[in-house]
Every structure is written in structure tokens, then in C-alpha cells.
Design a protein around this ligand. Structure first.
Ligand code: SF4
Length: 117
């Protein structure tokens, strides 16, 4: 997770609240009307899971390949945003949490639930 993203995610976990659609944001709606903005900085970044809508792209300025989340609506679905917050609240008091392996387990669990497994 990027440092700015980590601060944002930690602040969201501290607040324990979903943000919902943030119509005050100058970029709203960056995905679609009514989406949930809680995980604008995704705690799973980079998930490397193309089934979510993310993909590798070449940065036009640096030429480096980066993970782009532009096509991901999954994390912005209200029921998914709520599930992610609930899972992160469960681990928030554990030292060093959420670490990368906890995050990937959470991502896998919610993805499986979402697919009805
Ligand atoms: S593709 Fe979606 S779930 Fe994956 S890191 Fe990007 S925003 Fe998060």
C-alpha cells in the first residue's frame, strides 16, 4: 500500500465509519453515480486480481509498469465496502495490523463470499 493510502486507510479504520458517496469530492463520481468512496485508497493495493477490474498499465510519464485500479468498481460497491470495513475492524487492535498477509486473506474471503462460495 502507498504511504498516503496507508494514512487514509488507517484514518478510516480509526473512524470505523463508511464514507458513502462523497459528492463533495471534485472527482466524484470517478467510477459511477452512487458508489461508495470509503476505499478511495484501496487497502488491498495492489491486489493483482484482474477479476476486480484492475490491470497492469505503462505509466506514460515514467514508462514504468504500474497496477491501475481505474476499472475496479468492486471495492466501491456499498455491500463490499461495508464487508471490508467490518473485516478491518476485527483486526485493528492487533499489533502491526493490518499487514499484507491479513489483507490478502480478507480480500480472498470477501471475494469468495461475493462469488457465493
Ligand atoms: S483492483 Fe480494486 S480491489 Fe484491486 S487494488 Fe485496485 S481498487 Fe483494490
Amino acid at each position: 500500500m502507498r504511504p498516503m493510502g496507508r494514512d487514509y486507510v488507517e484514518e478510516t479504520i480509526r473512524s470505523g465509519k463508511l464514507r458513502g458517496p462523497d459528492r463533495t469530492c471534485p472527482y466524484y463520481p470517478c467510477h459511477r453515480e452512487g458508489h461508495d468512496c470509503t476505499w478511495c485508497f484501496c487497502p488491498f493495493y495492489p491486489c493483482l486480481d484482474e477479476s476486480k477490474g484492475g490491470l497492469w498499465v505503462k505509466n506514460s510519464q515514467t514508462g514504468k509498469t504500474v497496477w491501475s485500479c481505474k476499472g475496479c468498481e468492486w471495492i466501491h460497491e456499498p455491500k463490499i465496502a461495508e464487508r471490508v470495513l467490518a473485516e478491518l475492524l476485527k483486526v485493528r487492535n492487533k499489533p502491526g495490523a493490518p499487514n499484507r498477509s491479513q489483507l490478502l486473506r480478507i480480500l480472498r474471503r470477501i471475494s469468495e463470499e461475493d462469488r457465493g462460495k
